[in-house]
Ligand binder design. Structure first.
Ligand code: M6R
Length: 615
């Protein structure tokens, strides 16, 4: 939930760390801080509020320069967003500084023990105990990495910790349990960060840290051990995107850039998945065909937008494979004792690969003997590492808190998995699969066309900036699209927004309709399943008769909706099952523009963080 950066090398550590924090601000933005060992001591600065407050503080009260440093951008868990609670936290002598992402569950006990031994703690955080414990252990070992290993063995919970000590000014030490931390290796320098975006401008050479590992960074090398001190095997990898992918590239917001990148993201996610004979080859799916043939139930677990992708996947999986598919919020899943066994295939969908609820759900599934397939956008993250197999989406880095291109690529990945299951189990013929793949290949162009016609949607959004509520209706795969449209509006525009299954209208929600209430309706294609289409046209008439202002998203050429649409948004002709790939895009643009019109921070909505690494 927080962003962490560490650096050791020959550049100005403050500059490297501050630039890294800027890239990680999406992870948390309620306070920030830095620490630099320099001149035989340790200099630190921290400020509540956005990073810009810390920048101002550093301009007004500059820290001494040094070539080793750590930094943190926070999303508060324990203790409000104040200067005192901001990281880094220091011991009483001011010799050790630590930053932390996660939650230390036994901090109250540790704090009481420290108080008994005469330590004074000043913040309300769980993190501060670590600085004091490190100081105690260092006074015995005179070795920060060893001190970190000893401390970590006493901590419960999820944590990434990064620390520096005044007595080892050329060393940065990190530790990881259940929270992300990656190492960047450069020429005579090394980096630690919650996300490679923080150091991508310096190196694309990265090392994945495993669970319960401690890493020691020096200019001339990186050493990784387990918490018990045993040497650890690590996986090095090359980051396949460059610094420009993590820049705004001329757009006002990352979200706008990421919406615009969707045609490419969709196309990239399809790349290399089809062999010369036209069959699907999902190399990364390391679950054998015979195991997939044994599957008698698919369970999808995810949170937020990824959960909506899962809801849509259910329609495709059940339709193409005839395997029952359940979709569940990861936070609910493991607390209800789900019925799973070795024939259940669990699909965990996550952009970040670090969402704690999803991670816990997949661990629970594996404990029950189920196979877990991750659909993920972040190479080397925890969820794919702990799954039996992974299908990576190729959206590139998604920085805006509101998920856009990750969602579309998650959908593509879900369709691919559904088709692959159909192929392996023989419920879909090769030519049927090829036909869907051809439809999928056309989506990139369709999204491009949608994006070219968004000015009226932006205009409409601006005109609705004074409204309090917007409702969203859909049927079939349009229902999760409605939920996603409502989620985008809540998180960005801070408006009351609800998504409903249009068929449920008469069972309650229609009572909400009043004069001029904006209602967005996602209309399925009139082709094929026209009964769905006819039903939703009736729903539009019902709400309009009660005064709703109807905003209708319908396929090009669908004339039946015209008389009932106060605002009509056209999307290209697309098979119903794939329609979410085009119908979601206007809703993203709508929410982004409404947020802007209401003066909200588009990329960093209030109270949110990009990846939720606490339960
Ligand atoms: O990284 P994940 O895909 O696991 O994240 C899941 C949700 O936290 C995420 O989709 C969230 O709902 C987005 N902010 C929605 O735009």
């Amino acid at each position: 939930m927080c962003g962490i950066v560490g650096y050791v090398g020959s550049q100005s550590a403050l500059e490297v760390v501050m630039a890294g924090l800027k890239r990680l601000e999406y992870r948390g933005y309620d306070s920030a801080g830095v620490a630099v060992p320099a001149d035989g001591g340790l200099a630190a600065a921290k400020k509540a509020g956005k990073l810009v407050n810390l920048e101002k503080e550093l301009t007004e009260r500059p820290l001494p320069t040094g070539t080793t440093g750590i930094g943190h951008t926070r999303w508060a868990t324990h203790g409000g967003p104040t200067d005192a609670n901001a990281h880094p936290h220091l011991d009483n002598a001011g010799r050790v500084a630590v930053v932390h992402n996660g939650i230390i569950e036994n901090f109250a006990v540790l704090r009481a023990e420290l108080a008994e031994r005469g330590h004074e703690l000043f913040s309300e955080t769980d993190t501060e105990v670590v600085a004091h414990l490190l100081a105690e252990e260092f006074s015995v070992t005179a070795d920060l990495a060893e001190a970190m290993r000893l401390v970590c063995r006493r901590l419960d919970g999820a944590f990434t910790l990064v620390a520096v000590h005044a007595d080892e000014p050329d060393v940065v030490v990190g530790a990881r349990r259940n929270s992300p931390l990656v190492v960047g290796v450069g020429e005579g320098e090394a980096f630690l960060a919650s996300d490679v975006a923080a150091f991508i401008a310096h190196t694309r050479s990265a090392i994945e840290l495993g669970q319960d590992q401690v890493v020691e960074l020096r200019r001339d090398g990186v050493t990784v051990t387990g918490f018990d001190g045993s040497p650890a095997d690590v996986r090095s990898y090359h980051v396949d995107w460059d610094a420009s992918a993590a820049e705004k590239g001329g757009y006002d917001y990352f979200m706008l850039k990421e919406i615009a990148e969707q045609p490419k993201a969709v196309a990239d996610t399809l790349l290399g998945r089809i062999d010369a004979a036209g069959s699907l080859t999902l190399d990364e799916v390391r679950i054998s065909a015979s195991e997939l043939r044994e599957v008698d139930k698919v369970v999808i677990v995810a949170c937020g937008t990824a959960f909506h992708a899962g809801l849509i996947a259910k329609y495709a999986i059940e339709h193409w494979t005839r395997i029952p598919c359940e979709v569940e919020l990861a936070s609910e899943f493991r607390y209800r004792d789900p019925i799973l066994d070795s024939r259940s295939l669990v699909i965990a969908i996550s952009q970040s690969g670090e969402t704690m609820d999803t991670l816990m759900a997949l661990r629970h599934a594996r404990e029950q003997g189920s196979k877990v397939l991750a659909i993920c956008n972040t190479n080397g993250s925890t969820i794919p590492r702990e799954s039996d197999a992974v299908l990576y989406t190729h959206a590139g880095p998604e920085v805006a808190v509101a998920s856009t291109k990750a969602f579309l690529t998650q959908l593509v990945a879900c369709y691919l998995v559904a088709l692959y299951l159909g192929q392996v189990r023989g419920t879909k013929w090769g030519d049927e699969i090829s036909a869907v793949i051809r439809d999928l290949a056309r989506i990139s162009g369709s999204v491009e066309r949608v994006l070219e016609t968004m000015e009226p949607v932006r205009e409409l959004a601006r005109s609705l900036a004074g409204k309090d509520t917007v409702l969203f209706l859909g049927r079939h795969v349009g229902y999760p699209v409605a939920l996603e449209g409502a989620l985008k509006l809540k998180e960005l525009a801070y408006m009351h927004a609800e998504g409903f299954a249009a068929g449920e209208l008469k069972h309650g929600p229609i009572a909400l309709i009043e004069d001029d209430l904006p209602v967005v309706v996602v209309v399925p294609s009139p082709r094929g399943r026209s009964v769905l289409h006819d039903k939703i046209v009736s729903n539009i008439q019902e709400i309009r008769a009660r005064g709703a202002r109807t905003i209708v998203i319908a396929e090009e050429g669908d004339e039946a909706v015209v008389p009932y649409a106060d605002h009509l948004v056209r999307v290209p002709v697309t098979p119903t099952l794939l329609q979410p790939l085009v119908a979601t895009v206007p809703l993203q643009v709508f929410a982004c523009e409404l947020a802007t019109a209401r003066g909200n921070e588009v990329d960093q909505p209030r109270n949110l963080a990009k990846s939720v690494t606490v339960e």
